[in-house]
Design a protein around this ligand. Structure first.
Ligand code: SF4
Ligand code: FES
Length: 375
């Protein structure tokens, strides 16, 4: 390593893989963990203490659906005590009355609710959950009534890309502070469902104009973040802000990972919290050091003036498309495989659209081909 390893700033805690929804774009791994593999309350508390000692400033409490953990208030309370900013990332369904208030009292700082569609039919179809839309709206109202700031997260794909104006109206109606228009990243279940989810180029180009216009029009009223679609990009995004650079994630069983899809990279060995301290894992884990900084890069990244801007893009996307995690992300125009992105768009948008492989515990590992259809 040529660079000193700085402390991490952010952590994503996947408290559970259990979830009432079954979204076909879920970023969780295909091999979902059952409840009996989840870390106990004391282990999470100990991990959070070590995260605070290590310098982590904000923790995203996610899943699956984190509110399925009955100890969520205890976890939030400890994080609040340690001065860590907490963001609850929830699907917003099945949350008992008064729970959002309880979490606010425990010290929760912020809530992000994902909407699968801007209208009820889309939300129900994508999440495969009846009445999900109305339940989410109710949760969003409870969040605002409890005084917490709200972000609406809109994962975008072929089936809802035309609903962006309606997503904007929904975020305004719900008094959200922020709307995240996030084009789906094709890893995990989204990779399995790529042919069904990929929008076409005309829809993507139209979307860019709609979002840009809304960002200007609503400046100072609603912050709109735009996560652009990698397959249509010229340069890649700095995935996770760069591998093991300022953030990491923890799976429900305590496995500590540089990113949510790192488990798809063969040959990397991931440490489990408890067997090693968080500080040891952050600084010395071979998986964290595998793609840290720029020393690992080959050409064209090695001599590129953007290498400390995007850090070579996404290692997991390089693995999925180039078959080599150390390759330049094919989203980059300088990658020799960049044309493959256009070919994959073409294949997906002309394939007729297979049925969704809905996210279910136990079903992912039997459906590894991205374009096969669900029975
Ligand atoms: Fe980024 Fe590598 Fe492409 Fe340069 S060549 S823009 S560093 S991915
Ligand atoms: Fe693993 Fe991008 S998802 S580096």
């Amino acid at each position: 390593m040529s660079e000193a390893v700085l402390p991490p700033i952010g952590m994503l805690a996947e408290l559970t893989h259990r979830c009432p929804l079954q979204c076909a774009y879920c970023s969780n791994p295909l091999e979902l963990l059952k409840a009996n593999r989840e870390m106990a309350t004391q282990d999470w508390l100990s991990l959070f203490d070590q995260a605070a000692d290590l310098g982590v400033l904000q923790i995203h409490l996610s899943g699956g659906e984190p509110t399925l953990r009955p100890d969520l208030e205890t976890l939030v309370h400890r994080l609040s005590d340690r001065g860590i900013y907490t963001n609850l990332i929830t699907a917003g369904v099945g949350i008992r009355e008064g729970r959002i208030d309880d979490l606010a009292k425990a010290g929760l700082d912020h809530v992000q609710i994902s909407f699968q569609g801007a209208v009820a039919a889309t939300t129900e179809k994508i999440g495969n959950y009846r009445d999900a839309h109305f339940k989410k709206i109710e949760t969003a109202k409870n969040v605002r009534a409890s005084g917490l700031p709200l972000t609406i997260n809109a994962p975008i794909h072929r089936h809802n890309i035309d609903e962006i104006p309606a997503f904007i109206d929904l975020a305004l109606e719900l008094d959200a502070e922020r709307l995240e228009i996030a084009n789906v990243q094709y890893a995990g279940w989204a990779l399995l469902n790529r042919n069904t989810l990929m929008p076409d180029r005309a829809a993507v180009e139209h979307q860019v104009n709609v979002v840009r216009e809304a960002q200007e029009r609503l400046h100072g009223i609603l912050a709109i973040d735009f996560v652009t679609p990698d397959y249509f990009a010229v340069y890649p995004k700095p995935c996770m802000g760069g591998w093991a650079r300022d953030a990491f994630m923890v799976a429900p069983d305590g496995t500590v990972l540089p990113c949510h899809a790192a488990g798809t990279i063969p040959g990397l060995v991931f440490d489990r919290f408890g067997e090693k301290s968080l500080a040891d894992i952050w600084h010395d884990s071979t998986a964290f050091n595998a793609f840290r900084g720029t020393d690992w890069m080959a050409e064209p990244c090695r001599s590129c003036d953007r290498k400390e801007i995007d850090w070579g893009g996404c290692r997991c996307q390089a693995m999925a498309i180039a078959g080599n995690a150390a390759a330049t992300d094919p989203a980059c125009i300088k990658s020799p495989l960049h044309a493959r992105m256009a070919a994959l768009i073409e294949e997906a948008t002309t394939s007729g659209g297979a049925a969704f492989h809905y996210r279910r515990i136990g079903s992912g590992m039997t459906n590894l081909a991205p374009d096969s259809t669900e029975a």
